[in-house]
Design a protein around this ligand. Structure first.
Ligand code: GAL
Length: 406
């Protein structure tokens, strides 16, 4: 009872700090606060794996998992850190969880600290995929296996495996959503105006998201059915450093000022994720002269964006069930700690109830292909939000009908 109350209070505290956009980098608070959701997701995701065999627990005893997350200022990483911590602790492991405030040097230091603490496994979501080669050479020397979590770590042979969602598919889902919503295949002579906003160039995922969306929409751009009024069609032009909301907002205000202030109608703002979609939505609210509903895409199911979707300000988000990503990471981590060389069989052996593909072709980190476990993302709109996010146990509905973290 008492624990439940503490969790509820901490959940409220986390939601408030996220809404205020000023989440501190206190890992423990976030981990505690999302614990109930992690428990629910774990039961949902892997009932069979729920009870750790006593021998397994005993083996875990004394073993420590080092988890390095990028930042608490982007909502999803709070969930990832919490779910991962909860999963590994449920099997008897000790967890050291770090957040590095989106600062590359800080993340290197944090990982150095985890290596110095002699962790047995590293799970890392990189801030900058290119900046961890040296520190991970130390991990390799120390014999610590490394799982690249969600974002691929580049140019190091210290990475054993990659766990993520199918990142290219995230983009294709966004592009296909635009095609379906505007019925572009039956558009005739109609021309719809579109602008792109992509993610952080330091994040290997960002190019996959953008390319997935752009490739899907390219035939319609080439046919003239979609028109990029600003002409900004290349990743480098539309990228957003650190996936930062304010940066995305300022760029979009400039676009609206330069290309749409004469009354030109904007039909689509294709945004790679929710933090950038939030900035673009703010720019449209403050600086767009038109009064049509602009189709705005996103990714992650951040609480503020789910609110905007319900209120009709954002049109969709691509949801990635990070609770399942944590379950996959746990089972992969256990196999690695047992000295195994996991392959496609890990998926069936683990009894996961969610879809996952074993991919040995798509992700080359510069030292060769990194074997990958790729989960499947889902489109969420106002219509299916309750079914996909509430009935599945990831979120609850608050007294005003908005979704909040479980
Ligand atoms: C990506 C991640 C996305 C999104 C983004 C911003 O690497 O796959 O889900 O959250 O980072 O943090």
């Amino acid at each position: 009872m008492k624990r439940k109350l503490v969790s509820v209070l901490l959940t409220a505290a986390l939601s408030m700090s996220l809404l205020a956009g000023c989440a501190s980098e206190s890992a423990d608070t976030a981990a505690e606060s999302a614990a109930p959701a992690a428990e629910a997701a774990k039961e949902e995701a892997a009932p069979a794996a729920e009870e750790a065999a006593p021998a397994e627990e005993a083996a875990a005893e004394g073993q420590t998992i080092g988890i390095a997350m990028p930042t608490q200022s982007l909502e999803r990483w709070n969930r990832d850190g919490s779910y991962l911590k909860d999963q590994f602790e449920s099997k008897g492991y000790t967890v050291e969880l770090t957040y590095s405030d989106n600062k590359i040097d800080q993340q290197v230091k944090d990982i150095e600290g985890l290596i110095a603490d002699e962790v047995d496994l590293l799970v890392i979501a990189a801030i900058d995929g290119e900046s961890l080669s040296n520190v991970l050479a130390d991990a390799k020397d120390a014999g610590i296996p490394v799982i690249s979590y969600d974002r691929l770590i580049m140019n190091t042979d210290a990475v054993s495996y990659y766990v993520s969602f199918d990142n290219y598919t995230v983009g294709t889902l966004q592009g296909q959503f635009v095609i379906d919503t505007l019925d572009l295949d039956n558009a005739g002579d109609a021309v719809y105006n579109i602008e792109f906003t992509a993610g952080d160039p330091a994040d290997n995922n960002a190019g996959f998201f953008f390319n997935g969306a752009f490739d899907t929409l390219k035939p319609y751009i080439e046919a003239g059915t979609l028109n990029i009024v600003s002409g900004q069609s290349e990743f480098d032009k539309v990228a957003t450093a650190a996936w930062d909301t304010a940066t995305a907002m300022e760029r979009f205000q400039n676009i609206l000022g330069s290309y749409y202030s004469d009354g030109t109608q904007l039909d689509v703002a294709l945004c790679s994720n929710d933090s950038t979609a939030l900035g673009v939505t703010q720019a449209i609210e403050s600086d767009y002269a038109g009064d049509n509903d602009v189709i705005i895409t996103g990714q992650d199911g951040d609480v503020a964006n789910l609110r905007n979707i319900k209120d009709g300000k954002q049109t969709m988000t691509v949801y990635k069930a990070v609770a399942n990503e944590a379950v996959a990471t746990l089972d992969l981590g256990i196999a690695l700690l047992n000295g195994e060389t996991p392959d496609a069989n890990l998926i069936s052996d683990s009894g996961w109830t969610f879809d996952c593909a074993y991919d040995t072709a798509s992700y080359d980190n510069g030292t060769g292909i990194i074997p990958s476990y790729l989960l499947v993302p889902t489109v969420v709109t106002a219509e299916n939000m309750e079914k996909e996010l509430v009935e599945t146990g990831y979120y609850i509905v608050d007294s005003e009908g908005y979704l909040e973290a479980q």
